[in-house]
Design a protein around this ligand. Structure first.
Ligand code: FCB
Length: 447
């Protein structure tokens, strides 16, 4: 692609989250989070690691801002650790926790970098989990208190807020599958959790707007196209169902369409957690929608024996990231188009996109990651095409600034633009960071 100049003011950024980079898990009055607890359960994390130290960002944040400046980032998306602010989930405020984020925000603004803050990226205070966690409505109410405290303190300087990150993963992987904190395996808990995460989001919007005038408020959803493997009725039905459980379950209520009836029927549960007025609260219009895009899913029905189904027509690109995720850049174009032309979200950001590859620190001190460059380039091309088609895409954030604690994979998967040498905590910009630096400078796709 040539002449791929992005609109003036397009926001180029990179993203992280608190538990994955901060470390300092018990410093300065921070309370325990569900990830502090979960990572300690033997067998839950691939390399038996925890986020206790992670990238020591809590102590190295100034160096990390310098790194962002070197790359030329226009914006930085990070999350706040709720248990640093309210160690008991609600009630007593831990001032040093607020001070940390206040210094970080001042540092970013001083460096000319716009902060995009996520309030909840999965590190729930353990005390709230003990009181029922996300399957309980109390957690949505506690979230509003936390959002109030946090945005009151920083709302004068932060103007881009995301309430929750990927409610689907929190609910499904945390409460349904059990591979993430708190590690439960209950469909009932999963459904209640998914609803209360959306409710927390909806309830917090007006509070955030009151504390942070002129702020843009949204949330980040992870969305993937669910593509039927053939045109058979069974494959198409299975793909539509997967779209329902993964995408529409979140998108439809946010867009004021209510819960998708086909999926409500599929789950066949009373859903007693829904109270009058809740669906309206959840449908409170957002200023923007953030999309975290990584892969597409090709769905093959198991309703009929393979031999009786139509031949497959859609095959995965053999190119995969180290996560085993298919590299499929067109999926980002498809999702972005759907979010605007079907759902009509007024502003859209790609709040995460990136790839894990087995990066190596070479003897010459360099980290060359051509596959990540190719991955980012193809996805940024999709973003460009979406804008050309009329999608109001305002910015793009690479996941991630730093290699970090990749949840159940521990430190075995590296997503960073900067390589982290964990024993020394040294950060080394990979060739992808240097490429991204040129993209930002040109505000266009470069070779
Ligand atoms: C997303 C998460 C983020 C990171 C990437 C790889 O689902 O939001 O924290 O783990 O995946």
């Amino acid at each position: 692609m040539t002449n791929t100049r992005f609109p003036a003011g397009f926001i180029w950024g990179s993203a992280t989250s608190s538990y994955q980079i901060e470390g300092a898990w018990n410093e300065d009055g921070k309370g325990e989070s569900i990830w502090d607890r979960f990572a300690r359960i033997p067998g839950k994390i691939a390399d038996s690691s925890t986020g206790d130290i992670a990238c020591e960002h809590y102590h190295r944040w100034q160096d990390d801002i310098a790194l962002m400046q070197e790359i030329g980032l226009i914006a930085y998306r990070f999350s706040a650790a709720w248990p640093r602010i309210l160690p008991e989930g609600r009630g007593k405020i831990n001032q040093p926790g607020l001070d940390f984020y206040s210094r970080l925000v001042d540092g970013l603004l001083g460096a000319g970098i716009t902060p995009f803050v996520t309030l909840y990226h999965w590190d729930l205070p353990q005390v709230l989990q003990d009181a029922g966690g996300w399957p309980s409505r109390i957690t949505s109410e506690a979230f509003v208190e936390y959002a109030d405290v946090f945005t009151r303190a920083l709302g004068d300087r932060v103007k881009h807020w995301m309430t929750v990150n990927e409610p689907m993963v929190s609910a499904y992987v945390g409460y349904g599958v059990g591979a993430h904190a708190p590690g439960h395996t209950s469909l009932d808990e999963q459904l209640a959790a998914s609803f209360h995460l959306l409710l927390a989001h909806g309830l917090a919007i007006s509070v955030i707007r009151a504390n942070s005038p002129e702020a843009q408020v949204g949330l980040a959803l992870n969305l993937s196209p669910q593509v039927p493997a053939s045109h058979s009725l069974v494959d198409r039905a299975a793909a539509w169902q997967a779209d329902g459980t993964h995408n529409r379950w979140y998108l439809d209520p946010l867009a004021g369409r209510g819960l998708p009836p086909d999926i409500v029927e599929l789950y066949d549960r009373p859903m007693r957690f829904i109270q009058p007025g809740d669906m309206n609260t959840i449908a409170t219009p957002v200023d923007f929608l953030g999309v975290n895009y990584y892969e597409r899913r090709i769905i093959r029905s198991s309703a009929v024996p393979e031999a009786e189904n139509m031949p497959r027509e859609v095959f995965a690109n053999p190119e995969q990231t180290e996560m085993g995720w298919e590299v499929y850049a067109d999926g980002l174009y498809d999702i972005l188009g759907r979010l605007y032309f079907d759902y009509r979200f007024p502003n859209i950001y790609v709040t995460e996109n990136g790839a894990a590859y087995p990066d190596r620190l070479a003897p010459d001190g360099k980290v060359d990651d051509p596959k990540r460059v190719a991955f980012l380039k193809s996805h940024i091309e999709s973003a460009y095409r979406a804008i050309a088609a009329g999608v109001p895409l305002r910015g793009y954030f690479v996941w991630s600034l730093l290699d970090n604690f990749e949840w159940s994979h521990g430190y075995t998967k590296r997503f960073g633009l900067a390589y982290v040498d964990y024993p020394t905590q040294q950060r080394i910009l990979k060739s992808s960071a240097k490429w991204y630096q040129r993209v930002i400078k040109a505000n266009a796709i470069v070779d």
